[in-house]
Structure formats: structure tokens, C-alpha cells
Design a protein around this ligand. Structure first.
Ligand SMILES: [Zn+2]
Length: 153
């Protein structure tokens, strides 16, 4: 199994799904890079985060740090109840209406219906690693700005 998983998701449109032609071109682009990659498009929204440590998430309204346990519970509740279709929450710190995706995440995170995952044993090198070099190519192929999320196993 790979040590690192690189996920590319749309940077600012969680419901974006490329056309089947674009997905086919994307698969052709990815094949030489990795023997284990997967493209998911059109299913339910999924959460992409950088690992299992959820410290440092902050409330966008009062700036307080959000309790990690509260956040994990809300993530699970919303996932089970509506598959991230309705992410409205009441902030635990200042009791204001907000949304799970609008919290301030200190690390790359996001929700998406479309994702490209690549497994690799290489440690992330954010200046010229293969995944970083792939980012603009993926963006060009699908026609959307994307962001990269790295998970370590
Ligand atoms: Zn607050």
C-alpha cells in the first residue's frame, strides 16, 4: 500500500463534475504517472482532509478554535444524514449559524463530488514533486482550478 495519497479536487466548486470525454483524457494523462490512481466523478459529496489530526480549525465568526471532537461528530452526523448536501451548523463557541465547509481550516481540506487520487510512496515535495507538477495538467484537462490535498498513511 502507498504511504501517501494525493487527492486533487476542484478548488472552489464542490459540485463540479467534468464531462465523460474530459475524464477519459484525464485517465490517459494519469496512466504513466502511477499504477494506482482513481478518478471519482458524480457520486455524493465527500470530505477530503489532510489526515486524522483535526486540530486548529477555527470559527470564522469569532476566531475561537473549534473543539476537535465536536467537529468530528458533526462531520459524521452530516455525512450520515444528508451526504454533505446540507452542511449548516451552529458554531459551538458563539452559537452562530454557519456551515461546515465555511470553517477556517489550517490545512488543505474540502468537499467534492469529483476527485482524482494518486497513491505514491514518495514524500510530498511541494516545489517539484510529481503531484505538484501534475496539478496544472489536471486543471487544463478538466478546465477547472483544482487544489491538492495530501494524506499520509
Ligand atoms: Zn465562534
Amino acid at each position: 500500500m502507498s504511504m501517501y495519497e494525493y487527492s486533487f479536487i476542484p478548488a472552489d466548486d464542490m459540485d463540479f463534475v467534468p464531462t465523460p470525454e474530459k475524464i477519459e483524457r484525464l485517465q490517459t494523462l494519469l496512466e504513466p504517472y502511477s499504477t494506482h490512481f482513481s478518478v471519482k466523478a458524480g457520486g455524493r459529496r465527500e470530505f477530503f482532509g489532510s489526515g486524522f489530526m483535526y486540530e486548529g480549525i477555527r470559527c470564522p465568526l469569532c476566531g475561537q478554535e473549534i473543539d476537535e471532537i465536536w467537529w468530528v461528530k458533526e462531520l459524521e452526523r452530516i455525512s450520515e444524514q444528508n451526504g454533505f448536501e446540507d452542511m449548516r451548523i451552529l458554531t459551538p463557541c458563539c452559537a452562530h449559524p454557519s456551515s461546515l465547509d465555511k470553517l477556517t481550516y489550517p490545512w488543505p481540506a474540502g468537499f467534492a463530488r469529483f476527485s482524482v487520487k494518486l497513491g505514491t510512496d514518495d514524500e510530498p515535495d511541494f516545489d517539484n514533486g510529481p503531484a505538484e507538477r501534475l496539478l496544472p495538467e489536471i486543471e487544463q484537462t478538466v478546465g477547472r482550478r483544482m487544489k491538492l490535498i495530501v494524506e499520509k498513511y
